[in-house]
Design a protein around this ligand. Structure first.
Ligand code: FAD
Length: 486
């Protein structure tokens, strides 16, 4: 089938799409990565109200099949495509962003994209930590926790910003979950990601007054300085105030951005670059320079590799969105895989850097790249199921256009499997329910126990079965850990 461009507001002539109809296949394939797997739900329900969601859940119960939910399809493993199940597509469900000046809260639906939330915030001069990439949907982002803007000090978006959710549970009831209503559901929904057992139809989140975004950048040629550069860049994060800063590191071939290349091969003489995008949110340039000043003195041996440097300058969120569109594009049928770990905080930095080196430096194609975010998320398991410490989010994004998908994606899975001994777990947004080998734990063991109890109460018939994968991953990691300590 020929490639059709990802459409964030796709419309269909019917509410229920059945196999073999052209609209069914267009909808099934409407994902930001063109690598749509060969899994075919029995029906796709294009829902536009909580009642439609309840109808879809009833239909799944009648048929005795499982349910998958898709808000934007950015989880590239596309676990939402359940063979013979029901896919609930939320594209048109509460597709708005409202701001209430009395409560100073936003209210929005699950398929609302980052750039739609951002545009509303610009209009009302407020801030809320949405994600960094323009087309990511609210649903999966917030269920996973949400490494939103300036996450370091303000926590994951679901921890400190989300006040309420509207959720359709498997028996079709529409419930409000918050810190005072259906508190077990609210706990379970914030951090379980694709393991969640209901359909979120609306979110409410608090906001603060807007300030100004600033960015300072460095680009180094990696040469033989991988260890030195990584250590310097990550340690300087420790010297940078947590509140109002957003520190990101990338490793890539500059040829990634050169459209004159027609193949995915890494060009013969290509040299890896390491980029730093250091962002902060403050009212004045002077404050911004202070916030990012830990990076002022680049050591002499690293200066030799420094290719470009830009001083602190004003940015708009749309500037960053445009950069991200280049970083993971979906213009020409590109296919993508994301693998990641969250580092185990007790592992010394040099051992971490050494262990992850193959995943960082052995990129499989010209368009692949590494993305590391200094997140500093400290979980509070008593408050939310988000329960794995997230100091560094370390990921590799593998991209390809040609037929070599399985070879390059498996090669990267092998590298991430070998990084598991230095991981505290996997950010649940990147958890792959279809290939377990590179998955770390998406939740702590104690959070998972509590989650399983709540889940059994709401979903006794297993309409949402991904939790079984979480249990299998926990057992796998515990077996590996026990072996290692024998
Ligand atoms: C380019 C790119 C940039 C990213 N940037 C960030 C970032 O800055 N910060 C960050 O934290 N993450 C980021 N992510 C990860 C992203 O948050 C996850 O992929 C997330 O799962 C996407 O959610 P979605 O709803 O858009 O995607 P989907 O693939 O539609 O959803 C993922 C899963 O979430 C569940 N789900 C989705 N909607 C609902 C719903 N309404 N009710 C119940 N379950 C639902 C389903 O199980 C689904 O399989 C990024 C990913 C990409 C590809």
């Amino acid at each position: 089938m020929s490639f059709s461009r990802y459409d964030t507001k796709a419309t269909y002539s019917s509410k229920v799409l059945v196999r073999a109809s052209p609209e069914y296949e267009r909808c099934r394939r409407n994902n930001p990565s063109a690598d749509t797997p060969g899994r075919y739900p029995q029906e796709i329900h294009i829902v536009s109200s909580p009642e439609d969601v309840a109808t879809a859940l009833r239909r799944a119960t009648e048929l005795g099949v499982s349910v998958g939910v898709r808000s934007s399809g950015h989880a590239f493993s596309l676990g939402a495509l359940v063979q013979d199940g029901i896919l609930i597509d939320t594209t048109h469900l509460n597709r708005f962003v409202d701001y209430d000046p009395n409560t100073q809260e936003l209210c929005f639906g699950p398929a609302v994209r980052v750039e739609e939330v951002s545009s509303k915030l610009t209009e009302v001069k407020r801030f809320f930590p949405h994600g960094h990439a323009p087309t990511v949907g609210a649903g999966g982002f917030l269920l996973a926790g949400g490494q939103g803007w300036f996450v370091r000090g303000w926590g994951a978006t679901c921890q400190t910003w989300i006040t309420k959710m509207e959720i359709v549970v498997p028996d079709g009831r529409v419930l409000i979950a918050s810190r005072s209503e259906n508190t077990d559901l609210f706990w379970a929904a914030r951090g379980s990601g694709l393991g969640f057992f209901g359909v979120v139809t609306r979110f409410w989140g608090r906001t603060i007054p807007a300030s100004t975004l600033w960015e300072r950048t460095f680009t180094f040629e990696l040469r033989d300085k991988y260890e030195r550069l990584m250590k310097w860049a990550l340690e300087k994060g420790e010297d940078t105030p947590k509140y109002g800063t957003d520190l990101n590191l990338t490793i890539f071939y500059p040829e990634k951005y050169d459209n004159s290349f027609v193949t995915d091969d890494v060009p013969k003489h290509a040299k890896l670059h390491l980029g730093l995008s250091l962002l902060c949110y403050s009212d004045t340039e002077r404050e911004a320079r202070t916030l990012l000043s830990a990076y002022d003195d680049v050591p002499a041996d690293l200066r030799e590799c420094l290719m470009h440097m830009q001083p602190v300058q004003k940015r708009q969120f749309v500037d960053i969105f445009n950069k991200k569109r280049e970083f993971i594009g979906n213009k020409k049928g590109e296919k993508w895989q994301i693998l990641s770990i969250l580092n185990e905080p007790s592992v010394p930095l040099p051992r971490l850097i050494e262990t992850i080196k193959p995943a960082m430096c052995d990129l499989q194609t010209r368009t692949s790249s590494v993305f590391i975010c200094i997140c500093d998320i400290v979980p509070d398991e008593s408050d939310a199921s988000l329960s794995i410490p997230q100091k560094y989010y370390i990921s590799t994004i593998t991209g390809w256009n040609d037929e070599r998908g399985p070879a390059v994606s498996q090669a990267m899975r092998d590298r991430y499997r070998r990084a598991l001994p230095v991981a505290s777990g996997t950010y649940v947004a990147d958890y792959d329910p279809t290939h377990d080998e590179a998955n770390g734990k998406p939740m702590s063991d104690s959070a998972l126990e509590r989650f399983l109890t709540i889940r059994a109460k709401y979903d006794p018939n297993d309409l949402f079965p991904t939790y079984k994968r979480f249990v299998a991953t926990r057992d796998k990691i515990n077996r590996l850990t026990n072996k290692a300590t024998l």
